[in-house]
Design a protein around this ligand. Structure first.
Ligand code: FAD
Length: 258
């Protein structure tokens, strides 16, 4: 059992999903569990389109399709809340589980205040977010600063203050400070955003704080509501997720970096 305020390292028990997920795959496992157990009618998340610069929002109703939403797209500047209002009738007729960055979560609350989204029908799994890079800026930055053809990049990540790319023939990282001083890097709105851990969601997940042998292989999960506690506990009990207590040093580091 878990309760609001609890924190865990968690990872998926699905080996195939683990290969596709950003770190532990806990987010995708929880979304799949919610759909399989009919806690929700659909999952609203993001998938890769043509390339890493093309983040596509998707509504998924078949649990078999969920795995394609695994992974983090840092060039995904989508505002998910607006899309729920515009294209999903504000969740008035269907229950959805959705992945949210801090801005998506704030947007959902603002629209709910204005009766444009029904939050009773939404469960939110938050991802910590240090910021997104506009796809146009990213392509230019990769060409100009990395000296790499943006079309050859198949993976990007932001880790320990660096923007890192993997491309045909190698990988390369440059510090975000250096990129931003040169006029590239994260969007200005993201740079001034103070909401890095979305505790207004039901669960807040990220990689900050995962250290030791679990680094890169587990998701750090903070339980932020009773709904989130129930969701997480049920998924762990059913074996969709494995969990362990976070390393105390990792907790300290997460707090510091936040
Ligand atoms: P997975 O199982 O791989 O699931 C990832 C989920 O994120 C999927 O549901 C996917 O659809 C969704 N997603 C992918 N891209 C986007 C997007 N652009 N907008 C909304 N949803 C998206 N963690 C930190 O601790 N520190 C950070 O600084 C940090 N920055 C991040 C920045 C961005 C833009 C994103 C998307 C995530 C960031 N994270 C950060 C979270 C981290 O990358 C992982 O998503 C998190 O640890 C969960 O890992 P997982 O393996 O369980 O996720």
């Amino acid at each position: 059992m878990s309760k609001k305020g609890d924190m865990f390292y968690a990872w998926t028990s699905d080996a195939e999903l683990a290969k596709k997920a950003e770190c532990g795959g806990a987010v995708t496992s929880l979304l799949k569990f919610a759909l399989e157990k009919k806690m929700v009618d659909g999952v609203f998340a993001v998938t890769k389109g043509q390339d890493i610069y093309d983040a596509v929002p998707v509504l998924i109703t078949d649990p078999k399709e969920i795995d394609k939403t695994a992974g983090s797209l840092h060039c995904g500047t989508l505002l998910m809340s607006k899309l729920v209002k515009k294209y999903l009738d504000g969740a008035s007729n269907m229950k959805i589980a959705m992945t949210v960055k801090g801005c998506d979560m704030m947007g959902l609350y603002e629209l709910a205040k204005r009766q444009q989204i029904n939050l009773d029908n939404v469960i939110m799994i938050g991802v910590n977010c240090g910021g997104t890079v506009s796809p146009v800026t990213a392509r230019k930055m990769i060409a100009d600063k990395f000296g790499v053809d943006p079309d050859t990049v198949h993976k990007e990540e932001i880790d320990k203050g660096q923007f890192i790319i993997e491309f045909e023939g190698g990988h390369k990282g440059i510090s975000m400070d250096e990129l931003e001083e040169a006029g590239y890097g994260r969007r200005p709105n993201c740079r001034r955003c103070k909401l890095k851990v979305p505790r207004g969601a039901d669960l807040a997940c990220g990689n900050w704080g995962v250290i030791g042998d679990k680094a890169g292989k587990a998701t750090f999960v903070e339980v932020c509501s009773d709904k989130g506690a129930d969701w997480f506990s049920r998924a762990a009990k059913a074996g969709a997720l494995a969990t362990e207590a976070p390393n105390p040093k990792g907790l300290e580091m997460r707090q510091k970096v936040e």
